[in-house]
Ligand binder design. Sequence first.
Ligand code: LIP
Length: 264
Amino acid sequence: MFDPRPLVDIATDIGREAGALVQRMRASAVVSFDTKSTSTDVVTAADRASEQLVRTRLSELRPGEPVLGEEEGGTVVEGLTWVVDPIDGTVNYLYGIPWYSVSIAAQLDGESVAGAVVEPATGRVWTAARGYGAFLDGSPLRVSTATDLSLSLLGYGFAYRPERRQRQADTWAAMATRVRDLRRAGAASLDLCSVAAGRLDAYAEHALGRWDWAAGGLIAAEAGAVVRLPGSSPELGEDATFAAAPGIADAMYNALVESGFGKV
Ligand code: LIP
């Protein structure tokens, strides 16, 4: 039987090395950056250096296995593909907000089977292997026991395109009176890990890349969350990512639909 746990070790070791690199680059000089889809969608020299390091290490440790990365691209193929976000939470990184990650996942036929989300600023490592649970620095993770939507804490995010951000803001305004409170932390992988740890009761966002959710979505699912990945829930929008503690998952899903989340 296939055991994904060795892949977690590889993702963790490489993620730690890439995390140390981006941390050095953060400390050493002004963070240079370019822009991508909009003037606010940035890519730093550290993003590129991190992905190059991850790709180099994977070619050494797992020769011939394809890599899909946020900055250099790639495709998901049948069999094993490595999915890499060299810095998830790049804007946080640019501003020196210590809430960003290096996210590395192994996917088998497009399904995550192993993942590591490394926090360069703190050294914390979130991991999961499919069927073997989710962990933070080796301690088991479990989602919250929330059952009351009005007492739940909802994480969310925004796309980069201004016209979509306005529609998304309208949804979050509508949700603000239905939940305890909202949190926008800026790194999808860590939002998903926060659901896994019970630090958020739910999280929802549109327009994430596979690299944003590939590891964090597995960690949330292995910690007991209800996880809906892009393409699985047309009511939430074709490019929606959703994760929630099971006790409020249905109520949160329905509230998001009623708030127009699926139409932004
Ligand atoms: C970011 C996501 C975040 C989203 C941002 C951005 P990046 O990924 O982690 O949740 O709201 O728009 O997509 O670009 O920092 O890797």
